[in-house]
Design a protein around this ligand. Sequence first.
Ligand SMILES: *Cc1c(COP(=O)(O)O)cnc(C)c1O
Length: 377
Amino acid sequence: MKFNTKCVHGGGKSDNTGAISPAIYMSSTFSHPGLGETTGFQYTRESNPTRDRLEKLIAGLEDGFDAIAFSSGMAAIDAVFHLFSPGDHVILGDDLYGGSIRLFTNIYEKNGVEFTYVGTSDLAAVQAAFKPNTKAVYIETPTNPMMEITDIRAVSNMAHDRNALVIVDNTFLSPYFQKPLNLGADIVVHSGTKFIGGHHDVISGFTIVNDESLAAQLRLVYKTVGACLSAFDSWLVIRGIKTLALRMEQHQKNAIAIAEWLKQEPKVTKVLFPGLPEHPGYEVNKAQSTGFGGMLSFEVDNEETAKQVLEGIQLIQFAESLGGTESLLTYPVTQTHPDLKPEDAERKGITRRLLRLSVGIEDTDDLIADLAQAFNK
Ligand SMILES: *Cc1c(COP(=O)(O)O)cnc(C)c1O
């Protein structure tokens, strides 16, 4: 089955009623036909028919063996880090989702996991960061919000030589544009809240793996810790995924046009979008994915312009989050990355002049007209 067809049919036939839209099994528990017998379901913290359908769908989209649906992207990332023990070392990209950094710093560092942050687009820097106790490399590509690109295959080869896992947060491109397991990654995580769900109406997360033993370890964490996605929210995500392919094409089409428009706006000093041929990660991204996505960041000439644009947009909304049908403009320095030390934020370029745009699926002309009026107020 091709990707677009999987988006619609990848969860399998619903049940024997003929219902085209799958049932929502709002049941916490399931009865047993007899002693030692089971329908395959016991208790919804462990599994649920609606969620099973979603998990099968996601595993298919990422070309994985097993996918698990969590109550948030953070819960999915947290489950992965339960695989590590005090004294283990993990190499982290140095430009990650702010909530991930908060999890690593405030929870896992305290519990004895050691971290080294490196700019993972620099392969020599990754190589130099390995230690005897390195258990994993954790990356985003493109990164949030600086849109840096990491060569997933090269990092995977490096990590596997040292028996370390590669974990990729694939939220920004979604499996429509990038399938890290096929490039050698061991674990893919997602905030399903973003492009996968796609409508700004549900919080969810996923882990996807190809290895049976890793799948079993993550399933144990899942049923033990209990951050499971509800049947209703699973249904919402299944519904969202039906249009994933269509949405991603429109997000990208709009993002390319907006990136080009921003380049000619005099108050814009830098446009960060991997779909621009001058982007330093353009070639690597092109080689390992089939698109550039719908996320871009840009820098303006001063803080006043940033404020003017944030307050001047009318169709585009000033909000955090990303990946939905509606375009959202974010101010990373105060919204998604306030926990960074000021000197780290400054070094990364997350300044008061940086804006991040999650380009929605509206008409291109309307989005550009909205930006134009905000810039020229
Ligand atoms: C939003 C996001 C997360 C966290 O996901 P939630 O669903 O908000 O818990 C993780 N990684 C990236 C890249 C994100 O954008």
